[in-house]
Design a protein around this ligand. Structure first.
Ligand code: MN
Length: 446
């Protein structure tokens, strides 16, 4: 490992720990302030470091906070040595820095996310454009690719499409996803995946850190995600750098653009992954998010010679008997509300158990409700564990799924969003239906 790299790792570690230590300080100049450790400069022998601190409240707060931090220097250094198991922490100089507040958009985003940022470890979060995202990936190695929990075809396809592309230019890459559909399993085959410790985490198709599927990756809640490639309007810019294109129908489209920008040839294997991603999120090119560019991208992917008929059959037509039985039960449980403007399907734990259906296969259920004439809001609730329901909201225009999901603490896209709800079946249903009713009334649809 080159020396400069080691040094940047130390600085990263120290930055992360100082950020955490600062949050627990009682000094009124520091406590409850929205401080961000912007960057750290370390002397080569680690004897001395400059810590640049920014405050969302403004430069004055940052100045004051730096005085407070200077005052707490002894405590901070002591904490640092015990946390990082180093004999002697560098002497620290705290310097107010206003750079985090640059850029109105970022500032707006920070304001909205105040509470979340306070809860989590904070670091500079930045929007980047396509060429910056591509450039960043070029500089990375030992990459672990992640995606959202309950990974669907777009999550799995984008993750493996990106990972395969990066491997093709010689990078060490691994993919860590939570349990996904057996029909996608083959996308991981035939590559010599990296199995060491990653230096960078890159996520795809993930709007918010709290839905990032990290159980399998074994990473900590505050591990920084170096880059996030996404297409959700509800993206919260949780990663150090985020390239989000909300005009893209699928994250796979964003990955396609990124690989192109990196001049990585799209092979048949990569194309298959990305095609699955795009067809999943567009409902096989039926949904309103399908654009001319989506179709052009799909055409480019098709040109690599992938077997479209087979992909569509395996991915979107073939069902297991267990799932078919679950679908039958789900349909017979469907109920209508608010003059037939909302339809609700609830899949209980018992239904999963009695049919033996696998949850990874139940994505197709989500679109059933809004296929019914007059339904503006289709709701599918699945009991993940007793008392915990995952809620999928699918809407027809002019209803907006994203607004409804947001009122329940979730997010997603205009036509397809998700959230969760706790309680007994009756309680969870009531909670969701109340919000749907509220939404329909407020938007003049009821
Ligand atoms: Mn997606």
């Amino acid at each position: 490992m080159p020396a400069s790299y080691k040094k940047s790792r130390d600085a990263e570690d120290i930055k992360r720990e100082i950020t955490a230590i600062i949050r627990d300080l009682k000094d009124p100049r520091v406590k409850d302030k929205l401080l961000t450790v912007v960057r750290i400069e370390l002397a080569p022998d680690l004897s001395f470091g400059r810590v640049y601190v920014s405050a969302m409240e403004g430069p004055e707060t940052a100045e004051k906070a730096c005085e407070g931090l200077e005052h707490a220097q002894g405590l901070i250094r002591k904490e640092l040595s015990s946390r990082l198991r180093i004999r002697k922490s560098p002497e620290l100089k705290f310097i107010a820095d206003d750079s985090v507040r640059e850029g109105i958009e970022l500032w707006e985003n920070f304001k909205k996310e105040n509470e979340r940022i306070k809860r989590e470890n904070t670091f500079v979060r930045k929007k980047v454009n396509l060429s910056e995202a591509a450039e960043r990936l070029m500089t990375m190695d030992k990459i672990c690719v992640l995606a959202h929990e309950n990974p669907d075809g777009d999550a799995v396809g984008s993750a493996y499409g990106l990972a395969r592309g990066l491997v093709s230019i010689g990078k060490k890459v691994k993919v860590e996803l939570e349990k996904y559909s057996d029909s996608d399993k083959y996308l991981s085959e035939g590559v010599d995946w990296y199995d060491g410790e990653p230096d960078y985490y890159v996520s795809v198709d993930t709007a918010d850190k709290n839905i990032l599927g990290v159980k399998t990756a074994g990473i900590e809640k505050n591990t920084p995600i170096a880059l996030n490639l996404d297409h959700h309007v509800s993206n919260t810019y949780f990663a150090v750098e985020t390239y989000a294109d909300s005009s893209a129908a699928a994250a796979a489209e964003v990955v396609f653009d990124t690989l192109n920008e990196m001049k990585i040839p799209i092979t048949k294997d990569i194309a298959e992954c990305l095609y699955i991603g795009i067809s999943t999120d567009t409902g096989c090119f039926r949904y309103g998010n399908t654009t001319a560019k989506t179709l052009r991208t799909a055409a480019d992917l098709a040109e690599t010679g992938i077997d479209l008929g087979k992909i569509n059959r395996v991915q979107f037509e073939t069902k297991t008997k267990a799932y078919a039985e679950l679908e039958r039960q789900a349909l017979s449980s469907m109920r209508f509300f608010f003059d037939g403007k909302a339809a609700l399907i609830t899949v209980t734990n018992d239904m999963f158990k009695s049919t033996g259906a696998d949850d990874t296969e139940t994505q197709a259920l989500n679109s059933l409700t809004r296929q019914i004439e007059g339904v503006l809001v289709g709701i599918t609730m699945k009991e993940k564990t007793p008392g915990m329901f995952r809620v999928s909201i699918r809407t027809n225009p002019p209803a907006n799924a994203q607004t409804i999901a947001a009122s329940l603490g979730g997010g997603g896209h205009t036509a397809a969003s998700g959230c969760s709800a706790e309680g007994t079946k009756e309680e969870a249903e009531k909670l969701v239906l109340e919000k749907v009713e509220e939404y329909l009334k407020e938007s003049g649809l009821l």
